[in-house]
Design a binder for this molecule. Structure first.
Ligand SMILES: [Zn+2]
Ligand SMILES: [Zn+2]
Ligand SMILES: [Zn+2]
Length: 140
């Protein structure tokens, strides 16, 4: 699994450094979202001198190449999660266990058309954050 991320790094000329690798390893060990501070705490067990800005920088690099996504929670903090799916889709976020699941659906083409028809404007990006309770959390 981690190999597919390494491959995407390689395609974008990002070297597999120990810190990048460790972030990938931590993030893919659980299907949940992480705060940069949380990742930083875990990374410090291995890299005593790592600074928080390094964690932010690597997360930004991963975001730029499309393997990490960010979400904004009510506390106004950004959280990050890993996803290797390249096609357009969305994510369901469990507010209880923080698990992230891919939702293979995107109707941006329809929204674009609506914006064109109603406002004669051209939509370029969109953002959709779906939150709720996952199957396990609903049952418990
Ligand atoms: Zn859950
Ligand atoms: Zn996804
Ligand atoms: Zn969409």
């Amino acid at each position: 699994m981690i190999k597919q991320y390494i491959e995407i790094l390689r395609q974008h000329d990002l070297k597999k450094t120990p810190k990048r690798f460790e972030i990938l390893r931590i993030m893919q060990s659980k299907n949940t979202y992480f705060s940069p501070q949380e990742l930083w705490r875990m990374l410090k067990q291995k890299f005593q001198k790592i600074g928080l800005p390094t964690v932010y920088r690597i997360l930004q690099q991963f975001q730029d190449i499309g393997i990490v996504y960010s979400i904004r929670k009510e506390d106004n903090q950004l959280y990050y999660f890993l996803c290797s799916t390249q096609q357009d889709h969305h994510h369901f976020i469990c507010r209880k266990c923080h698990k992230v699941s891919c939702v293979q659906y995107c109707d941006f083409e329809n929204i674009k058309q609506l914006v064109e028809d109603q406002l004669q404007s051209k939509a370029e990006t969109h953002f959709l954050q779906i939150e709720g309770l996952c199957k396990e959390c609903r049952e418990s």
